[in-house]
Structure formats: C-alpha cells, structure tokens
Ligand binder design. Structure first.
Ligand SMILES: [Fe+2]
Ligand SMILES: [Fe+2]
Length: 292
C-alpha cells in the first residue's frame, strides 16, 4: 500500500510538471477533438471553431490542405473550405497530428533516442492502428488514431523532466539490452505507460483512451472493454519497432506476446504485412508533402 502511494505521489509530481509546461499546450485542442470524435451530434462547425482559435494550427492546416496531394486549381483559404475539400475525418486527423507534433520539436539525439524519432514512431503507430481497425475490425478507428499518437507521451514527459534518470534508462536499454519498461521501472519506480495513463486521466480524456495508453505493453491483462484497443496498439508498436520506423526503445521484443496478441485479434501475419506496406507508403507520402 505504501509502495503504491509512493508510486502515485511520483506520478502526480510528473503530471504537475507536464501541466506547467509546453506539453500542456496541446491539451485543449486534443481534448476538444476527442470530444468531437465521441459526440455524434458534433459537426464540422465545431471542428472549425476549435481550430480557428489556434492561428498557427489553422495556418499549418491550410498549408497542408493546399499541398500537392490535395491538388486543386483554387487556393483553400478557410478551414470550412478545407473540411469540404479534404474531408471532415481527414481534417480531424490532420489537426490532431499537427498539434501533437508540437511537443516533439527538439532534435538532440542521445543514445539512439530523439524526439523526432519518437514522433515518427508515434505517427506510424497511429496510422497502422487505424488501418488495422478499419480493415480487420471494420471500425472507423478515430479514437485509436489518437491513442496511437499519444501512446508514448509518457516518454516525452520523462525526457523533459527527468533528464538524468531518463539518460540512465536509455543507457541501460542499450548496454544491457533490456526492455524500456523494465529499465524505467527499475530506475524511476514506474514506466511510461503509467505516466501516459496519469496524464490522460488528469486531462479528462475518455477512460478507454487513458486505459489503453496504460496497457499498451501489457495488453493481455486488461479490461474487456478496451482489449481490442490495447492489443492493436501493442501489435502496431511491435511492428513499427520491428520495421525500424522511428525510435526503437526495445531490444528484446517479446515475440511470444506478439503472437498471443495476433491470435487473440484473429489476424494473420500476411494481412498485417500488407497493412504495414500501406503504412510505409502513407508515411512516405506525408514526408513528401512536408506534413511529417
Ligand atoms: Fe510504449
Ligand atoms: Fe511505442
């Protein structure tokens, strides 16, 4: 019990630091879009109103909407036009990714880690999870896209506020070839899934989001309600690391656990391979457009 209290105290401390920092600058846009996603009565106007109070975000979205991928003869100058031309769902995703990307803006590379490489990993997991949801489960998967983008937000918090301990974690995973979560638990007393869950809870994101962030490395021991989300996140995380897309914090990936997850999801390795290929194409497209 005392041990739990101590862990909770440490987590509260890091969440307070997050809330006083630039990381919290994404909070209102992210929670706003998640609300829109989960409210069937919401409309494109709600999205427009939310985006327009953030001029730098509006500018980025208009730039992306005017990029070659969405090529058209007249220029898009307003968010409402962007909704019409690129679509409501695509604009929600674009707004989320452009906003969340702001907290990964630092290029120092230490021990194979950089925020840029973690960002690339996060967007790849977001795209891959969404595609798995659509193709394998026939779900639209908007919440899973947000979960993919934010699943490793705990790592950003550790990187920013616990620099020397985080460096020890990175050294440990590189020299001893241990798992990221094991090294974190040993050095910090908790891991980035605990931090991600604590941030999501504190920001009042839906419970299924906070729970899936908290269980993306232990997806088999989770609530029935979010098990598909947790399994999909874990599988996407594993595949992105296996394909070396972005930050790869884990040297000894648990192949048994991966196999158990895909058995439970009832998907074939071949289907996942095809989805992975399409994810890679989507990432190159975003890179070509300068969106990534
Ligand atoms: Fe993770
Ligand atoms: Fe990850």
């Amino acid at each position: 019990m005392e041990l739990m209290d101590n862990k909770q105290k440490k987590l509260n401390h890091i969440v307070n630091l997050v809330n006083d920092s630039e990381i919290s600058s994404i909070k209102s846009v992210v929670t706003g879009i998640v609300k829109i996603i989960n409210d069937p009565r919401s409309s494109a106007k709600d999205l427009k109103d939310l985006i327009e109070v953030d001029p730098p975000l509006s500018a980025k979205l208009l730039k992306a909407a005017n990029s070659a991928y969405y090529s058209r003869s007249t220029k898009i100058t307003e968010i409402m036009q962007a909704v019409i031309w690129i679509g409501y769902d695509a604009l929600k995703e674009l707004a989320l990714s452009q906003k969340v990307c702001e907290i990964f803006n630092n290029d120092d590379v230490v021990e194979g880690y950089s925020r840029t490489s973690l960002w690339k990993h996060s967007i790849a997991v977001a795209i891959l999870t969404k595609m798995i949801y659509r193709r394998e489960f026939g779900k639209r998967g908007e919440d899973i896209y947000v979960a993919g983008l934010l699943h490793d937000i705990g790592i950003i918090a550790e990187d920013q506020f616990l620099q020397s301990q985080f460096l020890s974690v990175l050294r440990k995973i590189n020299t001893e070839k241990t798992n990221l979560t094991d090294a974190e638990s040993e050095i910090l007393g908790y891991d980035h899934t605990d931090v991600g869950r604590a941030i999501a809870e504190n920001w009042n994101l839906p419970q299924k989001l906070s729970m899936s962030l908290g269980s993306h490395h232990t997806p088999l021991n989770t609530d029935q309600e979010i098990v598909t989300m947790a399994l999909t996140l874990h599988v996407a995380d594993f595949l992105c690391q296996d394909n070396e897309i972005g930050f790869c914090g884990t040297h000894n990936r648990d192949k048994d656990l991966f196999q158990k997850c895909i058995d439970r999801m009832d998907v074939t390795p071949y289907a996942l391979e095809l989805i992975m290929d399409d994810t890679k194409k989507e990432i190159s497209r975003l890179e070509d457009q300068g969106i990534l």
